[in-house]
Design a protein around this ligand. Structure first.
Ligand code: S3P
Length: 444
């Protein structure tokens, strides 16, 4: 399909002020739809993120025989669950668009079925590595036909006689962990996965909430999660809290614009997602939590920031899993801080929606910031953000949003070559940020 790029430009402003809400969390939204489909009865989801990525998951589940719709009166999404083992073959390939999470989680979900499912995606997704999912699914006994290099299009030739496995994850990836657990849901016996570094635990928490027989062992050097497959799950409602990754873009605007003050309400501050906020505090940012409370198993808080004089820090590789999606916007913060910030251990950034390590570095350099890569580490020399450049976004929503936020305080405007992919995770981004003082527009 041909795609028409939508360049956007962001201009310097003096004041940004607001008390806002951002849309629901992307990770939790994908999982609410998937787990709802595996329960028996109606799941009502409040606050589902209605972004392109999440809607792709909903469409795919519909093609697999699950009735899903939005109840316009209550604004809730309804999933008429078919139960574990209840999916039907899709007559068409499942189009995952730009979403790695949708592709990887659903590949796991369909593996233990006696039918074939073909996954396709856009140009960005079709370059992303899927071997990490293929390997454990093949170990379970599924047959996977992938394109050269282990990429999409991929056909999963499933089987109802897969074996439960124990898998030690070679990479810190919640998508990989979740793909194994979603496959294990419909495999008789105990499926388990170990990870050396803790990654976001939404799948575990949500499975536990639904009544899956799940055991989570947290040890110093390894977590092991095991589930007993083929449970009968009764539908329960989900509430999706606000996405901390989306909130990061708004909050940084408040930190770098001279008269900046922003409160984002009800943000999920799950510790496995909060590495960015910890880093901001280390950089001397004025970040405060208010009204902390628990909702549906997650801790939620208002997060308030004020314009701050920021200083460079070294971010250890061990923090990467808890802020993996926040490095593009952290690199912008670093460019506004005094000193050279070092972000270590960013190898996984190379296989996101774009090669984010390179895209961020190039975007900074083209806008007059000194930045460079050594191995898997990113160095950003802060202090002066000239702007005036055009950033290549490579179909990556977070590169687009990060540099549009950067342009709110750079000397000259910043242009991104395509802002259309912002809709994959944060529909309404431009309207929301402009409503509190930003000046971000489509370039005609
Ligand atoms: C996600 C996990 C992360 C993250 C992605 C969402 C998830 O990917 O980058 O945006 O919902 O499980 P990896 O698991 O590949 O690190």
């Amino acid at each position: 399909m041909s795609h028409t790029p939508r360049p956007m430009i962001s201009k310097r402003i003096n004041r940004i002020w607001g008390n806002i809400m951002v849309p629901g969390d992307k990770s939790v939204s994908h999982r609410a739809l998937i787990l709802g489909s595996q329960a028996i009865g109606e799941t009502h989801i409040t606050g589902l993120l209605e972004s392109e990525d999440v809607l792709n998951t909903a469409e795919a589940l519909k093609k697999l025989g699950v009735n899903i719709y939005k109840d316009e009166a209550s604004k809730k999404w309804v999933v008429e669950g078919v139960g574990v083992g209840g999916l039907r073959p899709s007559e068409e390939p499942l189009d995952m668009g730009n979403s790695g999470t949708a592709a990887r989680l659903l590949m796991g979900l369909v593996a233990p079925y006696d039918f074939q499912t073909t996954f396709i995606g856009d140009e960005s997704l079709s370059k992303r590595p899927m071997q990490r999912i293929i390997t454990p699914l093949e170990e379970m006994g599924a047959e996977i036909v992938a394109s050269e290099g282990g990429t999409l299009p991929i056909t999963v030739k499933g089987s109802s006689s897969l074996s439960p496995i124990h898998y030690t994850s070679p990479i810190a990836s919640a998508q990989l962990k979740s793909a194994i657990l979603f496959a294990g849901l419909n495999i008789a016996g105990k499926t388990s996965v170990s990870e050396a570094q803790s990654t976001r635990d939404h799948t575990e928490k949500m499975m536990e909430y639904l009544g899956v027989d799940i055991k989570i062992e947290i040890e110093e050097n390894e977590n092991t999660i095991s589930i007993v497959g083929q449970p009968e799950l009764e539908a329960k409602d989900f509430l999706v809290p606000a996405d901390p990754s989306s909130s990061a873009f708004m909050l940084v605007a408040g930190l770098i614009v001279p008269e900046g003050q922003i409160c984002v309400r009800d943000v999920m501050i799950n510790p496995l997602r909060a590495g960015f906020f910890d880093t901001l505090l280390e950089m001397g940012a004025s970040v405060e939590y208010a009204n902390i409370h628990d909702v549906a198993g997650e801790t939620i808080s208002d997060v308030v920031v004020n314009y701050s004089q920021l200083k460079a820090v070294e971010v250890p590789a061990s923090r990467a899993p808890s802020m993996i999606d926040e490095y593009p916007i952290l690199a912008i913060v670093a460019a506004y801080a005094q000193g050279t910030t070092i972000m270590r251990g960013l190898g996984e950034l190379r296989v996101k929606e774009s090669d984010r390590l390179q895209a961020v570095c190039d975007g900074l350099v083209v806008n007059g910031v000194k930045a460079w890569i050594e191995g898997d580490d990113l160095f950003v020399e802060g202090g002066k953000f000239k702007g005036g450049g055009v950033v290549k976004t490579h179909m990556d929503h977070r590169i687009a949003m990060a540099f549009l936020v950067a342009g709110l305080s750079s000397e000259m405007p910043i242009t991104v070559d395509d802002g259309s992919f912002i809709n994959t995770s944060f529909p309404g981004f431009r309207g929301l940020i402009n409503a509190i003082g930003a000046d971000i527009h489509v370039v005609n």
